[in-house]
Design a protein around this ligand. Structure first.
Ligand code: MG
Length: 382
């Protein structure tokens, strides 16, 4: 406030217009009035964390009752920022690989002034070009640190409204219809359901859910349909069942066919596998109605934020998604939730031993703690 007033008076004559102009435009700043970088290098560490799940999930060799994520800590000036890597197992990601990919990335983050983060996503992609949640873990830890250093929540730093009543969906795992009906019962606190299409017994699965509830259902096809004529028939049937949208109906490379589908579909077609970073948003924008932004795909909050700007410009609706992540990864994504039409942030709800707190589910939507950074705190016993 004081700064603004001083600037205002200077500009309108108190010190003369000429002087005001020189002050405002004529000189490059040599040093910020408040230098936030102490010059102390950060110490970056990581920890593999075994997460016990409420429901076992299917892997190629059977089922697993746990997942391993990697937590990353960015420590500097007595402040610790925390980030997380959650893994897309189907894409060959796992905790050991993330730890290997962290090795060449850590020096980049250690040697960069934390307030010069603008091009870190590009630099990180040069070092690790493949899709890697290691990049997201470092980015989230840095952004959490920045919020804590400035003593403000990250949504405030980004200029995003913290209030959003967009409800999160909750995934109902595919199973026999009677088991699915039980799962729908257990999902009572959640207002929107999401279900995957597997190509086997899909209609029975949707009917089983519909026999229990009239909640909105979202469907994820995970690139499962290869024939556009068949796909449009499936979509029409789903729409008649009250399905809200269809995620990634066709393979990523079938962009033409997806565009054909989008022109005919009565419900939105949302890209997931087809879109990781801003570059993809530009490439696929006319074949989809919306994009599923996930921090683990984008490489963190900075790139995800850029994707939201692009999506708005290209008139694409925004969905926020996740992997199985603790409250760290989910709270990082929730910072952006007011920008989204659809929220699918349920990863932490599947974990029995979440080591962090900081989010509350109210009437089906996430409420943040309002604490600095991503607003999370470690539970004392985890
Ligand atoms: Mg998906």
């Amino acid at each position: 406030m004081v700064m603004k007033r001083r600037g205002f008076l200077a500009f309108f004559g108190v010190t003369g217009m000429g002087l005001a102009f020189r002050k405002t435009f004529g000189r490059m700043p040599e040093k910020a009035e408040k230098d936030l970088n102490t010059g102390e290098k950060p110490v970056i560490t990581y920890e593999k964390k075994r997460l016990e799940l409420f429901h076992p999930w299917t892997i190629t060799r059977g089922t697993a009752a746990y997942k391993e994520n990697v937590l990353v800590y960015y420590k500097k000036d007595g402040i610790t920022g925390v980030g997380e890597a959650g893994h897309m197992t189907a894409a060959g990601q796992n905790a050991d690989r993330t730890i290997r990919e962290l090795q060449p990335l850590i020096p980049l983050y250690r040697d960069t002034d934390p307030f010069l983060f603008y091009d870190l996503p590009e630099k990180a992609r040069e070092i690790v070009p493949v899709l890697s949640p290691a990049k997201a873990a470092l980015d989230i830890a840095l952004m959490d640190w920045i919020g804590k250093k400035l003593d403000i929540p990250l949504y405030q730093f980004l200029g995003i409204n913290p209030v959003s009543e967009v409800k999160t969906s909750f995934s109902i795992g595919r199973d026999k219809p009677e088991v699915m009906r039980q799962k729908v019962k257990e999902a009572a606190p959640y207002k929107i359901l999401k279900v995957k299409i597997t190509g086997r017994g899909d209609k029975e699965a949707i009917r089983a859910i519909r026999s229990m509830t009239d909640k909105p259902i979202r469907v994820d096809v995970n690139e499962g349909w290869k024939d556009k004529e068949k796909a449009i028939k499936e979509i029409e049937w789903l729409a008649a069942q009250g399905v809200e949208f269809v995620e990634q109906p066709m393979p990523v490379e079938m962009l033409e066919e997806t565009r054909w589908l989008k022109e005919r579909s009565p419900i939105p077609i949302v890209a997931d596998e087809a879109v990781n970073t801003s570059e993809d948003v530009l490439r696929i924008s006319d074949a989809y109605d919306g994009i599923n932004i996930k921090l683990m795909k984008s490489g963190g909050i900075i790139e995800a934020y850029r994707m939201t700007l692009l999506a708005r410009l290209l008139k694409l609706d925004i969905m926020l998604g996740c992997m199985i992540e603790t409250t760290v990864g989910i709270a990082a994504a929730v910072q952006l939730q007011a920008l989204a039409r659809w929220v699918d942030l349920d990863g932490n709800l599947l974990i029995k031993n979440d080591p962090y707190t900081g989010l509350t589910l109210r009437e089906g939507h996430w409420v943040m703690s309002g604490k600095p950074g991503i607003g999370v705190e470690r539970r004392s016993n985890k």
